[in-house]
Structure formats: structure tokens, C-alpha cells
Design a protein around this ligand. Structure first.
Ligand SMILES: [Zn+2]
Length: 121
């Protein structure tokens, strides 16, 4: 959320001050400072390390066919969009029995298939 700041501008010289004073610190005129709100930029603490990118039309985005390695577990391959992609990291939550239950397989089969695939790649 953007934080607003208050500034005081002199109606005589246009000078700016961060706090209200009876006398302008620039031109020394009396009772000439008026309050104004300065909208702060919304900056989060990660803004300095965040990457920026330009907008592209979807039709301008280049696509490439990625070779996917099927696991032999059809439901798992379907969830992965057709199989594993080299260099991809997939996080499965839950223990082996939960994952196996979701895929309707036994836990040892899942463990062996995934382990074999990790060894092959
Ligand atoms: Zn002034």
C-alpha cells in the first residue's frame, strides 16, 4: 500500500518544507506554508531485485516443442502436461502412500519409477 507523505509549500516562493513552520525557510515570509499530500510510490521491499519484463502479445510469443519423457503413469503424465521435462523441478506434496493413492498405484511402484527416471536423467 502506498504511503502518503505531507509536504508544505510556500505560496510566496514555492519553496518546500517537510514540516510546518510559521516562517518559510526559503523566503522568510510568514504564514505562507500550505499543506499538500504527496502520493508515495508503491514500493515493496523486493522491488530492487524484481525483474521487469515487457508486455507481449500472445501471438508474438515464440513457442517451441519440448520433449517430454513419459513416466508410464498415465495420470501423473497428464498432470505434468504429457510427461517430465528435462531440467524441470516437480514438487509433490504428501507422503508416498498419499501420492500413490492419488495415482491409484502402490507406493513402491511410484518410488521405483521416479527413482529410475532420476537416475536416467
Ligand atoms: Zn517562501
Amino acid at each position: 500500500m502506498a504511503k502518503s507523505k505531507v509536504a508544505y509549500h510556500c505560496t510566496e516562493c514555492g519553496g518546500q518544507s517537510t514540516k510546518w513552520q510559521g516562517q518559510c525557510p526559503h523566503c522568510f515570509a510568514w504564514n505562507t506554508l500550505t499543506e499538500s499530500i504527496i502520493e508515495g510510490k508503491s514500493v515493496n521491499r523486493y522491488a530492487s531485485i524484481a525483474q521487469t519484463s515487457t508486455l507481449q502479445k500472445l501471438s508474438d510469443v515464440e513457442t517451441q516443442n519440448i520433449i517430454r519423457q513419459t513416466t508410464g503413469i498415465s495420470e501423473f503424465d497428464r498432470v505434468l502436461g504429457g510427461g517430465l521435462v528435462g531440467g524441470a523441478v516437480i514438487l509433490l506434496g504428501g507422503d508416498h502412500s498419499q501420492i500413490a493413492e492419488l495415482m491409484n498405484l502402490n507406493a513402491q511402484t511410484v518410488r521405483n519409477r521416479v527413482s529410475n527416471m532420476l537416475l536416467e536423467s
